[in-house]
Write a protein that binds this ligand. Structure first.
Ligand code: GDP
Length: 214
């Protein structure tokens, strides 16, 4: 439990956008989730928000290339589910369109506060992840790496994977943090909520209306 759980539980679907110009008005603060297909991104979003179907799980790669936008019960605070896929299964033309839309969003979205980069802890730093880190570096973007399915590894190997990725971020000069996460046993759920509360609320306290119950 964290003091912020109810904010995430309040998440609701706003819209799906094909590209930046269709996203909600660019004001306030948002956090985007990115990850290869099957990394556990939908499951992480559902766990974060304590909702079973907020982000659809088990999507067909390449079929749902949309930016899904979710609102929270705080004015102009949003969670964004970015499209991701296993590159091998996707035609080159689709890759290019995806890259153009992602780059546009990541470079030009003013309300974007940081990106949660979701990786299966057993398969970290694939081509997709390296590209996201390159963009993060190029744009001075904050990154929080979520190493999912930590229940699949013993504590020792999980920790050493985490430390090696911390090292990579540091070497690449990226403003980043890393944690382990498991939807299965709850590892790291509170850490993720605290991190996102930091980005969405504590780092950006202005414009937050006082809750009527406060
Ligand atoms: P997405 O494509 O990144 O949205 O991935 P999904 O959330 O659909 O998850 C892909 C697969 O990994 C599904 O079979 C999930 O049940 C499984 N999965 C996701 N998170 C976890 C986890 O924390 N632990 C375990 N053991 N499996 C997980």
């Amino acid at each position: 439990m964290t003091p912020y759980d109810s904010i995430f539980q309040s998440a609701y679907f706003i819209k799906s956008a094909e590209k930046l110009s269709q996203c909600p008005l660019d004001q306030g603060v948002e956090v985007a989730f990115a990850g290869r297909s099957n990394a556990g991104k939908s499951t992480a979003l559902n766990t974060l928000t304590s909702q079973k179907k907020l982000a659809r799980t088990s999507k067909t790669p390449g079929r749902t290339q949309l930016i899904n936008c979710f609102g929270l019960n705080l004015d102009d605070r949003r969670l964004i589910d970015l499209p991701g896929y296993g590159f091998a299964k996707v035609p080159i033309e689709m890759k290019k369109v995806w890259q153009a839309h992602m780059q546009d969003y990541l470079m030009n979205r003013r309300s974007l506060s940081g990106v949660v980069l979701v990786m299966d802890i057993r398969h970290p730093l694939k081509e997709f992840d390296e590209m996201m880190l390159d963009w993060a570096k190029a744009n001075g973007m904050k990154v929080h790496v979520l190493l999912t399915k930590s229940d699949k590894l013993k504590r020792g190997p999980a920790k050493s994977t985490m430390l090696s990725i911390k090292r990579v971020l540091k070497e690449q000069g990226i403003d980043g943090s890393v944690q382990t996460f498991s939807a299965l046993n709850g590892d790291g759920v509170d850490d993720l909520r605290l991190k996102l509360a930091q980005w969405l609320v504590l780092d950006n306290p202005e414009e937050i209306p006082v809750s009527p119950n406060a």
